[in-house]
Design a protein around this ligand. Structure first.
Ligand code: EPZ
Length: 429
């Protein structure tokens, strides 16, 4: 298996192009199932999860064509998808177990062909992550849900019917699944306590281009008037706010200065607030965001993850790496997932001082971190170790690089271009 090798201690200076958001691209791809015409997405990142979703869609009968500009590191892939006929409504275990976002085909398939059978995703590295909210919502829209041999079987032979769906808890995926399903349901659907994440709004904007009638995107109250059919459209995937936040922390932890091209301040308000408190300057530029450590060490700041517009759980591991180097202490509380501190033991091996009590971690900043051989269990945990490695003295060797490849396009190239000493050691296998 490949490894990432970092020699830390270098200030990062330069610019990094921000790719299209993985977590927007995945539901947008699933939306191709809603129409027989071509959906053309641009700014699609070249990532392992995108490939997995493409495989899943292909086996449902979608023809896909990807081209673009991957080598230049700017993302910019163009993906054309056409689901003229749905040849299978089954999403098999083999693909779903690789990526939980596969469950996003459930709503579109049930809406388009009245039937979907999707393997239950099961547990994952960051917690149990059930899909009850997706299923309950579809039931509200009139689908019959059966659980059979590890699969969810949704049946709506006469089509879905609009309804009022109140989510007891904010869920990005359930909001997206229901939003897609509601577009082809008869009559009006109201989604209350809906997720407000920019990726949900991006999906909604694309659906509107496809002919959907949606109001309230970006709020927790979304209303959809169902239509008989949707048509083809072109849409550019929103820039990745989590990638932007990750590289902002790379600038901060190395005492450097990075311009994040395409990064959007309006999608990162809570993160920028924390960075400001920590003594990091984040300013908008005509091309994106400029991030710079103002002077002196990073200050310790308490952080709690929350649904958007709060501080994102997908940046919790990265802010912990940053706080590990702070002057002072920081209490980091994870309120979205119950098991998302898997990076703590690895950060500790690099000299971080972190004590976990339930959903909170007390981080006492250290003057220096030291390189070590580490590994991680998920995408964001992995990248937090990369951040720690960039600041640490000596060599850090990161194993299980496939986690990074799921969500960070050209990570080593982007960081190396700004002065990081980082290389990928390819496995001989
Ligand atoms: C999305 O996952 C993202 N994935 C995650 O990104 C992100 O961490 C998460 O939202 C929260 O922001 C994609 O967009 C593909 P949720 P999702 O449903 O939709 C509970 C990354 O690193 N819940 O908003 O699966 C759930 O267990 C990843 O890129 C239920 O109880 O997250 C969690 O506690 C990982 N029942 C909370 O809600 C349900 O039916 C929020 O989960 C669904 C969710």
């Amino acid at each position: 298996m490949d490894q990432i090798v970092i020699h830390g201690g270098r200030r990062l200076v330069g610019e990094i192009p921000i790719s299209g958001a993985k977590n927007a691209a995945l539901p947008l791809m699933a939306a191709s199932l809603l129409t027989g015409e071509t959906l053309r997405l641009s700014n699609v990142p070249h990532l392992a999860d995108i490939t997995t979703m493409a495989r899943l869609l292909a086996q449902h009968g979608v023809s896909l064509h990807m081209n673009g500009d991957a080598e230049k590191g700017s993302g910019g892939g163009v993906l054309e998808m056409r689901a003229e006929t749905i040849s299978s409504f089954v999403a098999p275990y083999d693909l779903v177990r690789k990526m939980r976002a596969s469950v996003l085909v459930l709503g579109p398939l049930a809406a388009r062909v009245g039937e979907a059978k999707v393997s239950l995703p099961g547990g994952c590295a960051i917690g149990t992550r059930p899909v009850d909210l997706h299923l309950h919502g579809l039931e509200m829209l009139g689908a019959e849900i059966r659980l059979e041999e590890g699969y969810v079987h949704a049946l709506a032979p006469k089509g879905l019917v609009g309804a009022k769906v109140v989510f007891p808890k904010v869920s990005v995926g359930a909001t997206e699944n229901l939003l897609m399903a509601a577009c082809l349901a008869k009559g009006e659907t109201q989604l209350l306590n809906a997720a407000r994440e920019p990726e949900v709004a991006d999906l909604g904007e694309c659906l509107v281009k496809m002919g959907a009638q949606i109001e309230g995107l970006g709020t927790d109250r979304i209303t959809v008037q169902g239509v008989d059919s949707l048509h083809g459209a072109e849409h550019s995937v929103v820039p990745d706010r989590i990638e932007t936040g990750t590289y902002a922390m790379a600038a901060a932890i190395t005492g450097g200065e990075l311009e994040l091209i395409g990064g959007r301040a309006d999608h990162l308000s809570a993160v920028i607030e924390v960075l400001h408190e920590a003594g990091i300057s984040v300013k908008e530029t005509p091309r994106g965001l400029k991030v710079k450590r103002v002077s002196g060490p990073v200050k310790g700041v308490d952080v709690m993850t929350e649904p958007y517009p709060g501080f994102p759980t997908d940046l919790q591991a990265q802010i912990m790496a940053l706080m590990s180097t702070a002057d002072g202490a920081a209490m980091i509380t994870e309120s979205i997932f119950e098991n998302r501190f898997m990076h703590v033991p690895e950060l500790t091996r690099m000299g971080a001082n972190v004590n976990v009590h339930g959903a909170s971690a007390m981080v006492r900043g250290q003057q220096r971190l030291t390189g070590a051989e580490v590994m991680a269990t998920d995408l964001r945990a992995s990248v937090s170790l990369v951040l720690a490695g960039l600041a640490a003295e000596g060599e850090t060797v990161l194993n299980r690089v496939y986690h990074l490849d799921r969500g960070y396009e050209h990570l080593e190239q982007k960081l190396a271009a700004c002065g990081a000493d980082i290389v990928r050691r390819r496995s001989q296998e």
